[in-house]
Write a protein of this length. Structure first.
Lengths: 107, 122
């Protein structure tokens, strides 16, 4: 099994801040990774796929980078609408897929 | 527009059976895998399994193998998740998602249903 950890588990930042969330895998996952945003009471929303590809319609302030055992999600200028929990997801062992534990972002 | 519309909230007793559904529209339902994801109260996301509606090829996450049954009926563009005997620990929000975005041989969940809340309580 590939285990994912995310850091931090919680962060509080201000509007306009640059924010980075890290996802670490217990084994190399190449770039088989996605990032999702979930707001309370809502379904997850795909932000990034293939570690660095921005999903259509997602604001360009979101970006992803990295490969192997460490990947990151960056929000270049935090906006009020970005208050949510962010999950990474590894697909290296597709179709047995796992999510990270989540990072809650508070504005 | 791609849409996945899930069935409504359910309240059941332990030991009862249940089938929840996810109806796809706005795309060729048979041609894309559908995934089911569990989210227990206040917890993270758990991948349960996937089904290919064209031939009902199904793959379960080891944690859910034997615990649930995933099925699909392409004639009514609907995927389903069912339990034969519910437990209190099945209380959760369940999401379906279309695996609609392919890159390097894997498929990503690009469209999600609104979720179905299942509550199991005596």
């Amino acid at each position: 099994d590939i285990q994912l950890t995310q850091s931090p588990s919680f962060l509080s930042a201000s509007v306009g801040d640059r924010v980075t969330i890290t996802c670490r895998a217990s084994q190399g996952i190449s770039t088989f990774l996605a990032w999702f945003q979930q707001k309370p009471g809502k379904a997850p929303k795909l932000l990034i796929y293939g570690a660095s590809n921005l999903q259509s319609g997602v604001p360009s302030r979101f970006s992803g980078s990295g490969s192997g055992t460490e990947v990151t999600l960056t929000i270049s200028s935090l906006q009020p609408d970005d208050s949510a929990t962010y999950y990474c997801q590894q697909l290296k062992t597709y179709p047995d897929i796992t999510f990270g534990p989540g990072t809650k972002v508070d504005i | 527009e791609v849409q996945l519309v899930q069935s409504g909230a359910e309240v059941k007793k332990p030991g009862e059976s249940l089938k929840i559904s996810c109806k796809g529209s706005g795309y060729s339902f048979s041609d894309y895998w559908i995934a089911w994801v569990r989210q227990m109260p206040g917890r993270g996301l758990e991948w349960m399994g996937i089904i290919y509606p064209s031939d009902s090829d199904t793959k379960y996450s080891p944690s859910f193998q034997g615990q649930v049954t995933i099925s699909a009926d392409k004639s009514i563009t609907t995927a389903s998740l069912q339990w034969s005997s519910l437990k209190a620990s099945d209380t959760a929000m369940y999401y379906c998602a279309r695996l609609g975005l392919s890159l390097n041989g894997v498929w990503y969940a690009d469209n999600w249903g609104q979720g179905t809340l299942v509550t199991v309580s005596s």
